[in-house]
Design a protein around this ligand. Structure first.
Ligand code: M6R
Length: 364
């Protein structure tokens, strides 16, 4: 049931604050002091590294998790696309842990990666939405994301629920590795508890994204740029846009554009810059000035400070809430989802069932 929404994707975007609140409720202790989940059984203090394997949007959630886990838990994390991992058959460290991430729990390549890791005697974790799935049955430890059924082929609430659960996992691992104490853990739980409100505030800006998306819908190519935690969000934004609008879109780490993609920049190519005013903002701003110097049309998605710094120079800007840098993925996810969604509506494409795509990819 789509409720009052035109498409399941719209419903699922709007549902995210309540989905995230529910997922967090399931991942914290009753007294809301600490993270509580089945992965506490792993000896995190002694493992040399964590390997995370996934496909598509789930892989981008893993990419966000890598940054969180390295920063908060100081744990080395490798992320792998399942279709590469499984055939490359990489050596995995003794006492290592491999986690697969999958909304459906049925993605063929991700399942094969799980089976490979088990054969390599890794402890395996399966972070899934569908808890009756094959991956949930076969993983040593199942970690549910509690997103509820996701109908739209373009994944939205499953992505942010994955990111929330992986962030919570990073906090628990940080405690187990002695990187944070009880007060530090409580502070992180409190931080994560602000996510539903921040996402609601971003959802309230839908009209601004709709206006921007109408212009983006006219383009045949688009570029998404980000740095740090915004790099995987740029990849996710490009994937969402190409999936449902069929506009050719690329996501790039902003520092990489001068190594090639800047050659593509012209006045016909919108450049969607995901640029909170964080420690990397000045670097990002200089990348954006490089593309604007080549007539690139920059749509700046930033917080108040970022937009104030660059509003006069850019083609368009949308001001998002200012957030702790670790929480930016949740807020900017909503932004890229709305851009893709409203561009698809403007183009009249089939939002929930885009051509050539299936909700779960059970073929290799
Ligand atoms: O069910 P999974 O999370 O394993 O699916 C992985 C990808 O097929 C999926 O995320 C796909 O990229 C989505 N259509 C993206 O919106």
């Amino acid at each position: 049931d789509k409720g009052q929404h035109r498409h399941f994707m719209a419903k699922e975007i709007h549902e995210q604050p309540s989905v995230i609140a529910r997922a967090l409720g399931a991942w914290i202790s009753d007294d809301r002091q600490r993270i509580a989940c089945a992965a506490e059984a792993v000896d995190w203090a002694r493992i040399p590294r964590l390997t995370i394997v996934a496909c598509g949007t789930a892989f981008y959630a893993a990419h966000v998790a890598k940054v969180w886990m390295e920063r908060v838990a100081r744990l080395p994390v490798e992320i792998e696309i399942a279709s590469e991992f499984r055939y490359r058959e990489p050596p995995l460290p003794a006492r290592g842990v491999t986690m697969v991430v999958s909304q459906s729990g049925e993605t063929a390549d991700t399942l094969a990666a799980l089976r490979y890791a088990k054969a390599q005697r890794q402890v395996t974790l399966g972070l899934v939405n569908v808890t009756t799935s094959t991956i949930a049955r076969e993983a040593d430890i199942v970690l549910p994301i509690h997103a509820g059924p996701e109908i739209g082929v373009a994944s939205t609430k499953a992505f942010t629920a994955m990111v929330l659960c992986l962030s919570a996992l990073a906090v628990m691992i940080a405690r187990k590795r002695g990187e944070i104490d009880g007060a530090g853990e409580r502070a992180h739980v409190d931080l994560l508890s602000t996510v539903p409100r921040l996402m609601s505030e971003t959802i309230a800006l839908e009209g601004q994204f709709e206006a921007l998306a109408r212009d983006i819908a006219e383009a045949s190519d688009a570029l998404f740029l980000g740095r740090g935690l915004m790099f995987p969000l740029a990849l996710e934004g490009a994937l969402k846009l190409k999936e449902i609008t069929y506009i050719h879109a690329e996501g790039y780490a902003a520092g990489e554009i001068k190594h090639g993609p800047i050659a593509l920049v012209d006045e016909a190519t919108p450049i969607i810059a995901l640029a909170p005013h964080d420690a990397l903002f000045e670097k990002m701003a200089s990348n954006l000035r490089e593309v604007m110097g080549r007539k690139g049309r920059v749509a700046l998605i930033g917080d108040g400070a970022a937009c104030r710094a660059m509003a006069d120079e850019v083609w368009r800007s949308v001001t998002l809430p200012a957030v702790d840098p670790l929480l930016a993925p949740f807020v900017y996810a909503v932004a890229v989802q709305f851009i893709a969604y409203h561009a698809a509506v403007a183009k009249g494409t089939d939002v929930d069932q885009p051509r050539n795509l299936a909700k779960s990819v059970t073929v290799e």
